[in-house]
Design a protein around this ligand. Structure first.
Ligand SMILES: NC(=O)c1ccc[n+]([C@@H]2O[C@H](COP(=O)([O-])OP(=O)(O)OC[C@H]3O[C@@H](n4cnc5c(N)ncnc54)[C@H](OP(=O)(O)O)[C@@H]3O)[C@@H](O)[C@H]2O)c1
Length: 294
C-alpha cells in the first residue's frame, strides 16, 4: 500500500502562503506540513526530519516545496536543502517562490505556442522582478534574443548578469526604459512582448504599440487595473487584437495553475527531483496543448 503523500512546505515569509497550500491540497497531497519564517539555518533539521523517517523505497512519498514572496530568500533555502542531502538519501524538491516559476513557465509556453522562440526578438518589461527574471531566463534558454527592460539600467544589467551566469550563450540586451522614446526604441523590431510589471502599473500605453509593427504576441502578467499593456484584458487568452495575439494575467493564470498542480504531483514520482524554472518548463511542455487549453 502506498504511503500517504507528505509535502513539507518551507516558506520564507512570516505566514506560509495560503495559495500554495490550496494548490497542494488540490494536487492530491495527503498531509501538508507548513513551516513559516524559515531561514537557511533552520533547514538542516527540517530536511533530516524528511529524509530519515521513511525507508528508501518510501522516500518518494515525501517532498519539499519552497515558497514565500522573496525569491532570493527562497533560492538560499534551496541551496541549504540541497546541501542537507547526501548520496541517494534525499527527497524531491520544488521551488516556486512568489509563483515566479509557474507563472513564467505559463507565459513562455503561451508565447511559444504562437511563434518560434529561437531567434525571436523579445522584450521583457519589468524584467528584474521574480517573474520577469524567470521569463528572461527561459526565453534565453530557448535561444530568443531578449531585451531586458527596467526603470533602472543597473537593475537590468544585474538581471542580465545573473541570467548569463546560468544560461550559456544567452543573448541579452539590458535596457533602461523611462520615457516614450526609450520604450519606442525598445519595441522596434520586437515580435514578442511580455510585461511582468508590479501589480497595477501601466508600462505600455496604447499608442506605444505603434512602434512595434513586427509584434506578433503580447502578454501582460499584471492582473490589477490598469493593465500593464493598455488594451489587453486580463481574461485575454490567445485573443487576436489587431493582428497581435494577446494574453492577460487570468488568461495565463489558468495554465499556471495546471502547471503548478502537475509539478506538485510530479514530486511524488521520485525521491530525487529538483523542480526549478527549467524543470517546470520541461514538465509544462509535456502537458499537451489541449490539456493546458481546457
Ligand atoms: N497571472 C498569474 O498567474 C500571476 C502570478 C504571479 C504574479 N503575477 C503578476 O506578475 C507580475 C510580476 O510579478 P512579480 O512578483 O515579479 O512583480 P514585482 O516584483 O512586484 O514587480 C516586478 C517589477 O516591476 C517593476 N516595478 C515595481 N514597482 C513599479 C512601479 N511603481 N512602476 C513601474 N514598475 C514598477 C520593477 O522593475 P524595475 O525596478 O526593474 O523597473 C519590479 O522588479 C505582477 O503584476 C504579479 O501580480 C501574475
Amino acid at each position: 500500500m502506498d504511503r500517504p503523500k507528505i509535502l513539507i512546505h518551507l516558506d520564507t515569509d512570516p505566514q506560509p502562503s495560503v495559495f500554495d497550500a490550496v494548490v497542494a491540497v488540490d494536487a492530491g497531497v495527503d498531509h501538508l506540513l507548513r513551516h513559516a519564517g524559515v531561514g537557511p539555518e533552520a533547514v538542516l533539521d527540517l530536511v533530516h526530519g524528511a529524509m530519515f523517517t521513511r525507508g528508501p523505497e518510501d522516500l518518494k512519498h515525501t517532498a519539499i516545496f519552497i515558497g514565500g514572496s522573496d525569491v532570493a530568500a527562497g533560492e538560499r533555502l534551496l541551496s541549504a536543502v540541497e546541501a542537507s542531502f547526501f548520496g541517494p538519501v534525499r527527497v524531491s524538491v520544488m521551488i516556486d517562490s512568489n509563483g515566479s516559476n509557474t507563472t513564467a513557465v505559463a507565459a513562455v509556453l503561451a508565447a511559444g505556442g504562437h511563434l518560434p522562440l529561437a531567434g525571436c526578438q523579445a522584450l521583457v518589461l519589468a524584467a528584474t522582478g521574480p517573474v520577469g527574471s524567470r521569463v528572461v531566463r527561459l526565453l534565453a534558454r530557448e535561444g530568443a534574443e531578449v531585451r531586458v527592460g527596467s526603470r533602472t539600467l543597473a537593475r537590468s544589467e544585474a538581471t542580465c548578469a545573473a541570467v548569463a551566469a546560468q544560461v550559456e550563450g544567452a543573448k541579452l540586451q539590458p535596457l533602461e526604459i523611462n520615457t516614450r522614446e526609450q520604450l519606442a526604441a525598445a519595441l522596434d523590431g520586437v515580435q514578442l512582448l511580455i510585461a511582468a510589471g508590479a501589480a497595477g502599473k501601466e508600462l505600455v500605453p496604447a499608442e506605444a504599440l505603434a512602434a512595434a509593427p513586427d509584434l506578433s504576441v503580447a502578454i501582460d502578467l499584471n492582473a490589477v487595473p490598469p493593465a500593464g499593456i493598455a488594451g489587453i484584458k486580463v481574461t485575454d487568452r490567445a485573443k487576436d487584437r489587431d493582428g497581435v495575439t494577446t494574453y492577460g494575467a487570468i488568461g495565463v493564470g489558468g495554465s499556471k495553475m495546471k502547471i503548478h498542480k502537475a509539478a506538485v504531483r510530479r514530486l511524488f514520482t521520485s525521491h530525487e527531483l529538483m523542480l526549478d524554472a527549467e524543470e517546470i518548463y520541461h514538465l509544462g511542455r509535456q502537458l499537451s496543448e489541449s490539456h493546458l487549453n481546457e
